[in-house]
Design a binder for this molecule. Structure first.
Ligand SMILES: Cc1cc2nc3c(=O)[nH]c(=O)nc-3n(C[C@H](O)[C@H](O)[C@H](O)COP(=O)(O)OP(=O)(O)OC[C@H]3O[C@@H](n4cnc5c(N)ncnc54)[C@H](O)[C@@H]3O)c2cc1C
Length: 597
């Protein structure tokens, strides 16, 4: 950056540094909530390398919510599991059918395509990437960041004043260095080889194929398009020697040695690389007005395909929170929950990928022996497969310990016999396995009332901020519906702009005594009620904009919901009880509930 020129000055709400998959997701999440942001990227165009191939099930749900899932599914290849061998012997397979989810597979798509699709969405939302613009450094003031940005030409230097800065600038993050945040961890000894090639074999393209061998692994992952595959191997060079460079000839040798396959022809390499890997993560995700996410905050082994997925979900977590704070609808402290929720997730990802990498690349003959003999037995268990797949797909990520997760269950709700009308012991047992506050809100199908058009919860969550689901359960009483209607109407009146309220009916028609003109969903087969454990008693779920349950109560407790929303969403005046609306509502609710409960 040429410091002799006077830089131009400008302002923005949020400066996003880096246009990798994480920076692009972050910018889209802000723009679709009407928040202005600028995205600077030091490269002059999108990256052309295929790096991250595996888009996990949870990330596909995120893309559905962002409205781009069709484009991803049209380009990607569904991978339903992996076949694992030792030489010519088949050991076991992983099977995505154990994953009970809307997208029960990994979508194989080169990272360059993922970035292209996210860039397309960014353009649709009215945003753009400023290419060849590099962050040189920044300073933090009380109420803003001043960033120094350089361009190709000396006269392109600029001082950007931003309310917030998000560092999505990858493993060597300038943002992280400027903040002085430690990036703790270590490097693996092994070196990895990679090649994107054509293979002239006829193995199934909806599966990955792997061979375990005493010298290392050979992994073949299908890529979209014809006969395209990604080959990956680890290699331990002899002492004092350098690892050989990835080449078609080398992979041909590895295929013969490790897969005992001397026939398959490897050709047409489009990307070949040697790479070493590290596991590191930051000690904090937020410093004042600056956030870190994606590879800038955590890097680890690509085994299990977690890196890009974890980063995209970092952005998905912060996006709605930052938008609410910028709009003045939530207090600044909401932003602290970004680190509170996402840092432990990264810690778990590092732990998990480290364990699986050590297992895969271990040079310890005893460990290898045990691994090769026991894995096929262990993986024969459906429960093991389900647990493992839930972990890899990131569907088991939850924020149960977050300060944003709250639930209330009346002890009475747990007592069999409280509800005379249709209560079964099964319902009572089910209450123990209800989705908890902090869990991902499960998907389910239902009908819209009155059109009876088929829909799903995820479809209804789309574009919404918060979603309130009020399940009527078996309580088809006048009193029950009066309470439910009052909660729905009051939330609509106070928070209608940010919370979309649905009454979910266990049946095929809207009950006459439900005095609610807002959206109603018909749960004809009662599947949603089962999934949300509302078959035994009415239940309330508040789903956050990122699809996680923020608050739940059973039975429906409007006063507790109001307090929760007041803390989370309100301006300081509502929280301190000085808002007239808030006080009026709280009082009227207390009066009414005291007469009906
Ligand atoms: C071989 C390989 C295979 C992988 N496979 C998978 C997989 O299957 N699944 C998975 O989830 N992950 C995988 N990963 C990891 C994945 O590629 C990364 O986690 C992902 O790229 C991180 O995205 P990001 O946006 O955080 O960072 P990056 O993709 O690194 O993007 C950062 C951007 O910031 C820009 N930048 C840097 N500094 C500045 C600056 N000062 N000013 C402006 N711009 C700047 C960079 O040019 C870059 O474009 C793989 C990685 C590798 C290498």
């Amino acid at each position: 950056m040429n410091t002799t020129m006077t830089p131009s000055k400008s302002e923005t709400d949020v400066l996003v540094v880096g246009a990798g998959p994480v920076g692009l997701t972050m910018a889209c999440e802000l723009l679709r909530r009407g928040i202005g942001c600028r995205v600077i990227e030091k490269s002059d165009a999108l990256s052309q390398t295929s790096k991250a191939l595996g888009i996990q099930s949870r990330t596909l749900e995120v893309f559905e919510n962002m409205g781009v899932i069709e484009q991803f599914l049209a380009r990607g290849l569904k991978v339903l599991g992996a076949n694992v061998h030792e030489g010519e012997t088949f050991l076991f397979q992983t099977d995505a059918r154990y994953l009970k989810a809307p997208y029960p597979y990994i979508l194989s798509l080169p990272q360059s395509d993922t970035e292209l699709l996210l860039l397309g969405l960014l353009h649709e939302l009215g945003g753009e990437v400023e290419w060849s613009r590099e962050l040189a450094g920044f300073g933090q003031e009380r109420d803003r960041i001043v960033a120094f940005v350089g361009g190709d030409r000396a006269d392109e230097t600029e001082e950007i004043a931003a309310k917030w800065l998000v560092g999505c600038d990858g493993a060597h993050s300038r943002v992280r260095h400027t903040l002085g945040v430690p990036f703790e961890g270590s490097a693996y000894e092994e070196e990895f080889l990679l090649a994107d090639v054509d293979l002239d074999w006829d193995r199934s393209r909806d599966r990955a194929h792997a061979w375990l061998h005493e010298d290392g692994i050979l992994l073949c992952l299908p890529l979209p398009g014809g006969r395209r595959w990604r080959l990956v191997s680890d290699i331990a060079p002899a002492e004092g020697e350098e690892a050989p460079r990835a080449s078609v000839e080398l992979f041909q040798e590895l295929m013969a040695e490790r897969a005992k396959d001397a026939k398959t022809n490897i050709s047409n390499p489009t990307w070949m690389s040697n790479f070493k890997i590290s596991r590191r993560m930051v000690t904090g995700y937020r410093r004042g007005r600056v956030f870190l996410m994606g590879d800038a905050a955590h890097i680890h082994s690509p085994v299990g395909g977690q890196g890009m997925n974890t980063g995209i979900q970092d952005a998905y977590n912060l996006g709605w929170k930052l938008a609410l704070v910028i709009k003045g609808k939530a207090p600044d402290e909401l932003l602290d929950t970004y680190e509170e929720e996402r840092l432990p997730v990264a810690r778990e990802v590092l732990k998990g990928t480290n364990a699986s990498t050590n297992l895969v690349v271990s040079r310890n003959p005893a460990l290898r022996f045990v691994r090769d003999r026991t894995l096929s037995h262990v993986m024969g268990s459906g429960l093991v497969q389900e647990t493992l797949l839930k972990r890899v797909s990131q569907l088991d990520v939850n924020y149960r310990k977050s300060s944003l997760s709250e639930s209330y269950t009346s002890p009475q709700t747990l007592l069999p016999g409280r509800r005379q009308d249709g209560f079964r012991i099964k319902d009572w047992l089910n209450l123990r396995s209800e989705p908890k506050a902090g869990d991902r809100a499960p998907q389910g199908r239902c009908l819209r009332y009155p059109s009876r058009e088929e829909t799903s919860l995820f479809q209804e969550f789309e574009g919404a901020n918060f979603t309130l689901l009020l399940f009527d359960g078996p309580a088809r009483t006048e009193e029950g519906y009066a309470n439910l209607t009052r909660v729905a109407q009051n939330i609509e009146e106070l928070w209608g702009e940010d919370v979309k309220t649905y009454v979910v009916i266990a049946g095929d028609d809207k009950p006459e005594n439900l005095d609610w003109d807002g959206p109603v969903l018909l749960d004809v087969e009662r599947e949603l009620h089962e999934t949300y454990n509302a078959t035994g008693a009415e239940a309330l779920y508040l789903v956050r904009p990122d699809g996680y349950i923020g608050f739940r109560s059973q039975p429906i407790r409007g006063d507790r919901l109001l307090r929760y929303l007041g803390d989370l969403l309100s301006t300081a005046s509502v929280r301190s009880g000085t808002s007239e609306a808030g006080e009026r509502y709280a009082k009227s609710y207390a009066d009414k509930t005291s007469t009906t409960r």
